[in-house]
Design a protein around this ligand. Structure first.
Ligand code: F3S
Length: 382
């Protein structure tokens, strides 16, 4: 393949992987089963990214393995009033190139909804939140790949054998013992990203997979974590533990500054849930919660946005219509971080530490990170 026997476009893709592998000291390549390509939103990658993807497409490149794709900057339902359609033409062009290369039109950051990784299998995934879930919950092996490397891995079926593909780099160095009361798992994840540089093990935390997802995505955003061992959840043979490691306690008080303070009356507030995207069960649970909670309507100046994979939109068409009637904006295949919003807000109130992290940095919005229930309390009247 490197010598061009499969065509120069595959040689180019493989050279990219070899180059990165050499820089990281990899001695060989490893076959992968699933690539997940991020960096596909026109809002983020602009014309240079569009041209990079188009170059592969026009040369007839095709995925050699199962390949999923991250969210883009458009709501695939085209019904969201909060997600801008400004770049729709350019985005649809990119989507045509991606699908033309036989990438699955998943447009979600939870590719494990489509194909659950096996413990120990090698992957090449972009999207830091998906990477950390795959390593920490499924015990699979992937580094945090950039968009171009994940694309090259999709076309060749290989990645470089370094980083988290190796046992020696999956070793716990510190133990975290959190005691939090308010369900702000996104804030706990941000704290870990800011304060812990090594691979941590979290002990003594018993919560739902949704909340672990929030925690992991936030830690991957504020730090460069790609593996956090969750005691009792991370498959035991996918990491090396540590009995004599330093033990760090995290209390509710440690999280207060990171959470931020709730908005005041008069602020224009976006409530946001769905970063990472909601899976079918999470969507249904939230739907029931909203329907119970929203009887008195929205508080003044408050809106609520949910983001989901296109697949969930197809499954719950009627529920989405009911949410729209209540005034909840539901967008599929996108999120406010990889797209543009149609309105300006003073505040974002969210259960997602990752969304708060990027919204404050990219859009200068004040943030309040709390539990899912708190988000609903902030936007709906009592
Ligand atoms: Fe997914 Fe967007 Fe959050 S891609 S993880 S919903 S920033």
């Amino acid at each position: 393949m490197l010598n061009g026997e499969y065509g120069w476009i595959y040689a180019k893709a493989l050279k990219l992987i070899v180059k990165v592998g050499e820089a990281l000291g990899a001695e060989k390549l490893v076959k992968i089963r699933h690539a997940h390509v991020s960096g596909v939103s026109f809002s983020n990658i602009g014309y240079p990214g569009l041209e990079f993807i188009r170059d592969f497409y026009v040369e007839g490149a095709e995925a050699r393995i199962y390949t999923t794709v991250n969210p883009t900057c458009i709501d695939v339902l085209m019904q969201s009033t909060l997600i801008s359609r400004e770049y729709a033409d350019k985005q649809l062009e990119i989507n045509r190139f991606l699908e033309g290369m036989d990438f699955k039109p998943t447009y979600t950051c939870i590719p494990y909804l489509y194909r659950r990784p096996f413990t120990g299998e090698h992957l090449a995934w972009g999207e830091s939140s998906a990477v950390i879930v795959s390593n920490s919950i499924f015990g699979a092996r992937t580094n945090r790949e950039g968009g171009p490397i994940a694309l090259a891995a999709a076309l060749t079926g290989y990645t470089y054998f370094a980083g988290l593909h190796l046992d020696e780099n999956r070793v716990v160095n510190v133990v975290i013992a959190p005691s939090i009361r308010d369900g702000a798992y996104g804030a706990l994840g941000l704290w870990i990203g800011y304060n812990i540089k090594e691979i941590p093990m979290i002990r003594g935390l018993k919560t739902s997979l949704y909340e672990y997802k929030l925690l992991l995505a936030a830690a991957a955003a504020s730090g460069d974590h790609a593996l956090i061992v969750l005691d009792g959840i991370t498959p035991r043979d996918s990491y090396t533990g540590c009995d004599s490691c330093e033990r760090i306690s995290v209390t509710q008080r440690d999280l207060e500054d990171i959470k931020g303070s709730p908005p005041s009356e008069g602020d224009e507030v976006l409530g946001y849930i769905g970063c990472p995207h909601l899976d079918p069960t999470e969507f249904v649970d939230l739907y029931n919660l909203i329907v119970r909670r929203a009887s008195k309507g929205f508080k003044r100046g408050r809106k609520l946005l949910l983001t989901i994979p296109p697949l969930v939109a197809k499954m719950y068409f009627e529920e989405i219509n009911i949410l729209r009637k209540i005034g909840v904006d539901v967008a599929a295949g996108t999120c406010p971080i990889v797209s543009k919003l149609t309105s300006a807000f003073d505040y974002i109130v969210t259960d997602s530490g990752k969304a708060a992290f990027y919204m404050s940095r990219r859009h200068g919005i004040k943030t309040y990170v709390s539990s899912t229930t708190d988000v609903l309390n902030e936007v709906f009247r009592d």
